[in-house]
Design a protein around this ligand. Structure first.
Ligand SMILES: [Zn+2]
Length: 123
């Protein structure tokens, strides 16, 4: 599974595109996983951790359950990698759905993370 990505950065971008903005439970899990990953050094370990967490979020995804999580994940990753590759060259900047989705997910993740942090550290 770690061979699906060239780097952790790529893995994170792809998984963010696969996140559902309205699924708070799963976003919360992924937020925690991403934060743990940011404290790790090894790219392979980070990719593995984030992918494992993402796979656990697929239980309420019918297509993933039917196809099998690993197959579903692999297929989706390939699709999104192609989409992001195209996006990198052709991003319209203005009203871009890909950029807007990433921004929205990241903002929501920051809020979730801030809420979890013990008050004593927040000043
Ligand atoms: Zn864009």
């Amino acid at each position: 599974m770690t061979t699906l990505f060239d780097s952790y950065k790529e893995c994170e971008s792809v998984i963010i595109q696969m996140c559902n903005y309205n699924d708070n439970t799963n976003l919360d899990r992924l937020t925690m996983a991403i934060n743990v990953c940011h404290s790790l050094q090894d790219d392979k370990e980070k990719i593995w951790r984030l992918s494992q967490t993402f796979l656990k979020t697929l239980w309420n995804n019918d297509e993933a359950v039917r196809k099998g999580f690993h197959k579903y994940f692999k297929d989706e990753v390939e699709k999104i990698k192609q989409m992001l590759e195209y996006h990198e060259k052709e991003c319209p900047k203005h009203n871009c759905k890909v950029c807007a989705h990433e921004k929205n997910i990241k903002e929501k993740m920051v809020k979730m993370y801030e809420r979890k942090r013990p008050k004593v550290y927040s000043q």
